[in-house]
Design a protein around this ligand. Structure first.
Ligand SMILES: Cc1cc2nc3c(=O)[nH]c(=O)nc-3n(C[C@H](O)[C@H](O)[C@H](O)COP(=O)(O)O)c2cc1C
Length: 184
């Protein structure tokens, strides 16, 4: 399939089926991240993959509780949609995407490139994803502790991975117009 087709087809998932993701598929996603370009080939990313859905749910719920005052309405809405948590949306697997503290100033840009490759390969192999910054904003310490992020790494963004629930109700979101200028 053409890359442009994958780019057009992908959209975020906010309700996952509990069905586990085979490890071979997770390895394909990780490989796509690892093959990304990086400034000075620093490769300052590292990925912690939790394939225990109950553990991911427990972490998501802890973050929900920690941010209850900020997430109140979102939590209510996702529970109404039958989604067990508002952070990872019931995903069976979560890739906790990290950078090496020792990485240079480009490490977060590089991680972004890696994550985009991962999103596209996930789409190609029939899996759904959503990048989750909320996990960093409200759950940094919880994730560091419960996932066991090493002292030399920083957690940056979570990537829940799984099969989109049949009743997810997810839809592609519109894009803004007027986002480039040609200077001739
Ligand atoms: C850096 C980044 C952080 C995001 N954080 C969250 C998040 O915390 N929770 C969430 O539900 N979606 C999150 N998203 C998903 C965006 O809301 C989504 O990509 C955007 O609305 C466009 O929709 P689409 O991915 O379906 O095309 C994030 C996306 C990016 C790129």
């Amino acid at each position: 399939m053409e890359v442009i087709e994958l780019i057009k087809r992908r959209y975020s998932c906010r309700k996952f089926d509990p069905k586990p993701v085979p490890k071979e598929l997770l390895l394909q996603i990780l490989d796509a991240g690892h093959l990304s370009p990086s400034g000075m080939n620093a490769q300052s990313w590292c990925f912690y993959v939790v394939t225990n859905r109950e553990k991911n749910l427990a972490i998501g719920k802890k973050i929900e509780e920690a941010a209850a005052d900020k997430l109140g309405e979102m939590v209510k809405k996702s529970h109404e949609r039958g989604c067990p948590d508002t952070v990872f949306y019931g995903a069976p697997a979560v890739i906790y995407c990290c950078t090496k503290k020792s990485g240079g100033v480009l490490k977060e840009f590089d991680l972004g490139l890696a994550v985009q490759n991962m999103l596209l390969v996930a789409e190609r192999i029939g899996l759904a994803t959503v990048p989750v910054a909320l996990a960093k904003w409200y759950g940094d310490e919880i994730i560091r502790h419960d996932v066991g992020i090493a002292e030399e790494d920083d957690f940056f963004i979570a990537l829940p991975v799984g099969y989109r629930a049949a009743d997810s109700g997810d839809e592609p979101r519109p894009r803004k117009d007027d986002y480039f200028k040609f200077i001739e």
